[in-house]
Write a protein that binds this ligand. Structure first.
Ligand code: MG
Length: 383
């Protein structure tokens, strides 16, 4: 058995502008290397094995988790994002392990009940620094997970943490050291992080459309107003003249994802050939993101997003669900602010340290809840 790191040297297959395993800025707490896994493979594996990752299974993406067996949850959404991004990363010779690690961790900080939960928790935390799920993902991997004897959190590499921090206000950025710098100096993240962001949008736009149809809140007929759908549906109908309506819709959605992802590969590849950034740091200093769609496909993709906002996310039934989820988060927050002792173990430790620390501890506790656990806790504290 060899003791030399088997993963070393694989970097030769990467493009010049990819993040290279051996050039990682490292971890906050120094650790020795692994003989068989690269630093970013280890990050990916740490995320897969953490508790926050398993909880994604019972968290809402758009349709409340548990409402139907076939709707996406935050876990299956996360896997679809990773699948899309890995395909693109392989074609562009980017660091696939880093891309996958960022994708698998990108939604770890989401509270229960999707965006309704995020909005409610942010409102509750207005006086205490607010709540933002990207920052929460970072809190989870830096502080809140307890799996290792030698350090708090997962001790991920700088580049993985850079990718998890998709958005951040300049005020918050100032508290994050060199990780927050890019929001102050208006720099870009790595290509792997840019890719994870775009793959997230592609995944949710298409699977929300699919779930919206499954739920009956959207009708295939009204989708004909969306150019991307109409064009791909016509193509499917031409290719499969005897297929039934349901199969054609599935083919159309499959064709849409394929068209957008193919365009992402081709456009980004052309952008990179024109820009020729010397390395990953040159990408960070580039005046604009280099991962992106061509104008015609970007326009169509945005049109799809607008359609979903108007017809699905703003649908009265969805709004009702959101209001219910928001009310649960609201009730739990106010209850635990006045009963901090009732939070389990380490969450209740902040209770003596003033309102700010208490509120953050309550937000950490609630943000970690799954939909069903939050609903159960809410019923229990209100009974
Ligand atoms: Mg996402």
């Amino acid at each position: 058995m060899t003791t030399a790191a088997a993963w070393r040297g694989r970097d030769t297959t990467l493009a010049a502008w990819a993040v290279r395993d051996e050039q990682t800025r490292g971890r906050v707490h120094a650790e020795s290397g692994h003989p068989y896994r690269s630093p970013f493979q280890r990050d990916r594996d740490r995320i897969i094995h953490c508790r926050a990752f398993r909880r994604l299974m019972h968290k809402t993406q758009v349709f409340v988790a548990g409402e139907g067996d076939h709707f996406r949850t935050r876990l299956t959404h996360t896997m679809e994002v990773a699948q899309i991004a890995r395909t693109v990363a392989a074609c562009l010779r980017l660091n696939q392990d880093l891309t996958e690690a960022i994708c698998l961790g990108h939604d770890l900080g989401h509270p229960p009940f999707g965006h309704a939960g995020q909005t409610a928790l942010n409102r509750c935390m207005a006086e205490h620094g607010g709540f933002e799920h990207n920052l929460q993902a970072l809190r989870i991997v830096d502080k809140l997970e307890h799996r290792y004897a030698g350090f708090p959190g997962l001790n991920l590499c700088w580049e993985t943490r850079e990718g998890l921090l998709k958005r951040c206000s300049r005020r918050q950025a100032r508290t994050l050291g060199d990780l927050g710098e890019r929001f102050i100096r208006r720099r870009q993240p790595s290509l792997e992080a840019q890719l994870a962001n775009v793959a997230d949008e592609i995944a949710y736009n298409h699977h929300d459309l699919d779930d919206g149809l499954r739920s009956g809140l959207l009708e295939p007929g009204e989708l004909m107003a969306v150019r991307l759908f109409r064009e791909c549906h016509e193509e499917a109908a031409g290719g499969f003249p005897r297929a039934d309506g349901g199969a054609l819709v599935s083919e159309a959605i499959r064709g849409m994802i394929d068209r957008v992802v193919s365009d992402l590969i081709e456009t980004t590849s052309a952008n990179l050939k024109e820009a020729m950034p010397g390395d990953a740091d040159a990408v960070r200093g580039w005046p604009k993101p280099l991962v992106g769609l061509s104008d015609p496909v970007d326009e169509r993709h945005r049109e799809l997003a607008r359609f979903l906002t108007e017809r699905l996310y703003h649908h009265p039934r969805m709004q009702q669900e959101y209001a219910r989820g928001g009310a649960v988060v609201d009730a739990l927050f106010h209850y635990y602010m006045s009963h901090p002792d009732e939070m389990p173990g380490r969450h209740s430790r902040g209770r003596e340290r003033g309102a700010e620390a208490r509120a953050r501890a309550v937000a950490d506790y609630i943000a970690g809840m799954t939909d069903r656990y939050a609903s159960r806790r809410c019923r229990a504290v209100q009974s």
